[in-house]
Ligand binder design. Sequence first.
Ligand code: C5P
Length: 218
Amino acid sequence: MGKPLIIAIDGPAASGKSTVARRVARALNCVFVNSGEMYRAFTWWTLKNDVDPTDTDAVIRLLNDTSFTCGHEELIGFVEVAGQRLSEEELKNDAVNSSVSAIAAIAEVRARLVAEQRAFANESSLVMEGRDIGTVVFPDTPWKFFIDAAPEIRAARRNAEGIGDSIEARDRADSMRKASPLKVADDAMVIDSSHLDIDEVVDIVVNAIRWENESVAS
Ligand code: C5P
């Protein structure tokens, strides 16, 4: 068996990175981890506890009182917050969408969740997607991809999902924050998915890895 692979896939909201990452993980038999779900889960818990997401001290107090359990089942990563596994609806509703960037900007929240994210690599090969996976979580991995798409195309993709989500505001907040902002790692391969379909993007990523890593079977 070769060395465990760590594949980092970053990009802005609705760039298609989540679907791509899931499919790449399946193709390469790796665990798939959506790190955004961790920020979303803690945001849901913050709202559930009536803590104001912009009240940093209160959020940190809640964080210090909250347990996270992460793992994977059938190669799909999951997170439990305070012992609860959340549904798609709980993770992706309007309230969470509009508060998650404020919560994710808090350095203490990031430190806690980054530790959980790194722990996944102790066990197995993985594909992790997010905003800072190549820059902060796994800066030493050679496998870094940044998937982008034109803003109007990303907005159209999100609208087609029927979810209220101001991706422009989230991207702005995610790119401007002090702690681990969304940015392209110097050594990442940038893929503009504006005019590509999912299969084409998956092929670019998988072929790039297979090309340079002989231990990955085709
Ligand atoms: O990927 P997704 O859009 O579900 O992420 C939700 C939010 O979580 C992002 O807008 C960002 O604020 C935060 N996030 C982050 N770092 C990551 C993944 C997500 O700050 N690695």
